[in-house]
Design a protein around this ligand. Structure first.
Ligand code: 5RP
Length: 248
C-alpha cells in the first residue's frame, strides 16, 4: 500500500470510531494535515452528524465548512469529546513530534480542549524514540525573537533552520530544529517553551494521545495503555470491531 492508502485506511477506522464514540450533540476537535484531510473527507462520506468542531488551522476550518460542519468558538468554555489528528513521529510511549504543517500551536490548544486524543499515523511515523525519524522538531517563534531563540536553541545543542517563505496561521515563523537530544521529551518540551519568543514547540509529551491508530499493509493497529482501555471500557467493543474489520 502507498503511504496515502495507509493514511486513508486509518482515517476510515477513525471515522468509525468517532461514530461509536460521539453523538450528534457532541463536539469534535480536528487537527491538520493530509491524514486529517482524508479523515474530513470520510466524515462527509459517512454523513457523520455532530454539534460542531474546534479547528486547529485555517485549512481545516475551510475543509470542515465545505462539508457543512460548523466550526465553533474555542473560547466558548465547552470541551470536545475527542480530538483527531496526525503526527510526524510517535514513540513507543506515545509521545509525539508534530508541526510539519506548522499548525502545532493551535493543535496543542485543541488537544487540550478535548477529553481524549486519537492520533492517526501510518507505520513510517513510528519510532523507538523521538528524534530518530526523518522530521526535524518545529518551533513556532515570534519573528522579533528569531536570533535570540536561535542562540538559545544552539546552547541546548540544537541546529535551528528557519522554514523559508512560511508563516503560521498566527503570523509567526517556524524554526525546524535538528540534532537536539529528545531522549527526555517532557524536559525538552518545557525548556524550549521557556525561551522568550517561543510560542510553542512540536513535542507532544504532555498531551499524548489516548489512542493511536497505526496503518500497516495488513490493517490498522490500535495502541493504547491498559488504564485508558479500562477508562473507556464501554467504547472498546466498537473500536476493536472497527480494527478487526480491516485486519480480517
Ligand atoms: C501539522 C501536523 C500534522 O498532523 C503532521 O504533520 C502530520 O501530517 P500528515 O498527516 O500530512 O502526515 O502536525 O502541523
Amino acid at each position: 500500500m502507498s503511504q496515502d492508502q495507509l493514511k486513508q485506511q486509518v482515517a476510515t477506522v477513525a471515522v468509525e470510531l468517532v461514530q461509536a464514540w460521539l453523538g450528534p450533540d457532541d463536539i469534535l476537535g480536528v487537527g491538520t494535515g493530509s491524514t486529517v484531510n482524508f479523515f474530513i473527507d470520510e466524515l462527509e462520506k459517512q454523513r457523520v452528524r455532530l454539534r460542531g468542531a474546534f479547528s486547529s488551522s485555517d485549512a481545516s476550518t475551510r475543509a470542515l465548512k465545505e462539508i457543512g460542519i460548523e466550526v465553533l468558538d474555542s473560547n466558548s468554555g465547552e470541551r470536545a469529546v475527542l480530538y483527531v489528528d496526525g503526527a510526524d513521529e510517535v514513540d513507543t510511549e506515545g509521545a509525539l513530534i508534530k508541526g510539519a504543517g506548522g499548525a502545532h500551536t493551535r493543535e496543542k490548544i485543541v488537544a487540550s480542549l478535548s477529553e481524549s486524543f486519537i492520533c492517526l499515523v501510518d507505520e513510517s511515523k513510528v519510532v523507538e524514540r523521538l528524534g530518530l525519524g526523518d522530521f526535524p522538531l518545529p518551533v513556532e517563534v515570534i519573528p522579533m525573537a528569531k536570533a535570540l531563540v536561535e542562540a538559545q536553541i544552539a546552547q541546548l545543542g540544537g541546529v535551528p533552520l528557519e522554514r523559508e517563505g512560511f508563516r503560521t496561521d498566527n503570523g509567526n515563523l517556524i524554526l525546524d530544529v535538528e540534532e537536539l537530544d529528545l531522549s527526555d521529551p517532557e524536559s525538552v518540551e518545557r525548556r524550549l517553551n521557556n525561551i522568550p519568543g517561543v510560542v510553542e514547540n512540536g513535542i507532544f509529551s504532555g498531551s499524548r494521545p489516548s489512542v493511536t491508530l497505526v496503518g500497516h499493509d495488513c490493517g490498522v493497529e490500535l495502541r493504547c495503555t491498559e488504564s485508558i482501555r479500562q477508562r473507556h471500557a464501554s467504547k472498546w467493543n466498537a473500536i476493536d470491531v472497527c480494527c478487526e474489520t480491516l485486519l480480517n
